[in-house]
Design a protein around this ligand. Structure first.
Ligand SMILES: [Zn+2]
Length: 241
């Protein structure tokens, strides 16, 4: 199966890879986990060929609220030293990528100022408002107006499957989880959408994949469903020149 594909605008696209996309290791694209880097680089090479002449940026994701402005390819052929969870650019043909297996990838496009962003939000990043801070960085760097901004919330673990303890649930608003005994089901995609709305992004400009990685573990890596897998799928956004 091909990646999930979409376009924010005629010249701005997003893709999400699935397990079937390449052969080795069911197409993990992560260098930082325990899989053989040779196989991962083969997978990345095949992605490079299919999307030539695009260049890629991979962050070393650390569950933080750090956002970096990038202008050139980083972390594609070796483990990334760029520690952050939000990437932004106004460069064309530069693909911003997020690697996940349950966490929420959020892809952003400002079609007026011609800028893009990519966000990695697990519960820690959501607690730290990483998606809001990425929009703020786009405002600061590129003059982005949130009301013009388009957002895609890519496949991630849904409220149907994301069980957390009270120690995690207590950080979030009561409408973002359901409680059954001492178990809580947290809705990370909803929380990130709420943060986008609070920043001024319009409801109609937020697209949800409505795909839960744990429910659709045949297509997507799920850390929870696979009991701590090493595989990661890649969500990507770029503008063509
Ligand atoms: Zn689910």
């Amino acid at each position: 199966m091909y990646p999930l594909r979409g376009s924010f605008a005629p010249h701005c696209h997003y893709h999400v890879t699935t397990k079937e996309y390449a052969k080795a290791y069911q197409n993990s694209l992560a260098l930082h986990t325990q899989q053989n880097p040779k196989d991962i680089l083969i997978n990345r090479k095949s992605l490079t060929l299919s999307l030539a002449p695009l260049e890629f940026v991979v962050a070393h994701q650390i569950h933080s609220d750090r956002v970096e402005v990038v202008n050139r390819s980083i972390g594609w052929y070796e483990e990334s030293a760029l520690e952050c969870d939000g990437l932004i650019t106004n460069q064309k043909n530069l693909v911003l990528t997020i690697l996940t297996a349950d966490c929420v990838p959020i892809l952003l496009h400002d079609p007026i100022q011609q800028a893009i962003g990519a966000v990695h939000a697990g519960w820690r990043g959501t607690k730290a408002h990483i998606v809001a801070k990425t929009i703020e960085a786009m405002q600061r760097e590129f003059g982005t107006n949130p009301k013009d901004t388009l957002a895609y919330i890519a496949p991630s673990i849904g409220k149907c499957c994301y069980e957390v303890g009270e120690d995690v649930a207590k950080y979030f608003e009561e409408d973002s989880y359901t409680q059954k005994g001492d178990k809580f089901r947290l809705d990370l995609p909803y929380l990130n959408a709420q943060q986008l709305l609070a920043m001024g992004v319009a409801q109609e400009n937020i697209t949800h994949s409505h795909i839960c990685t744990a429910c659709e573990v045949e297509r997507f890596f799920s850390y929870r469903q696979e009991c701590g897998c090493d595989g990661r799928f890649m969500s990507m956004v770029w503008m063509e020149s």
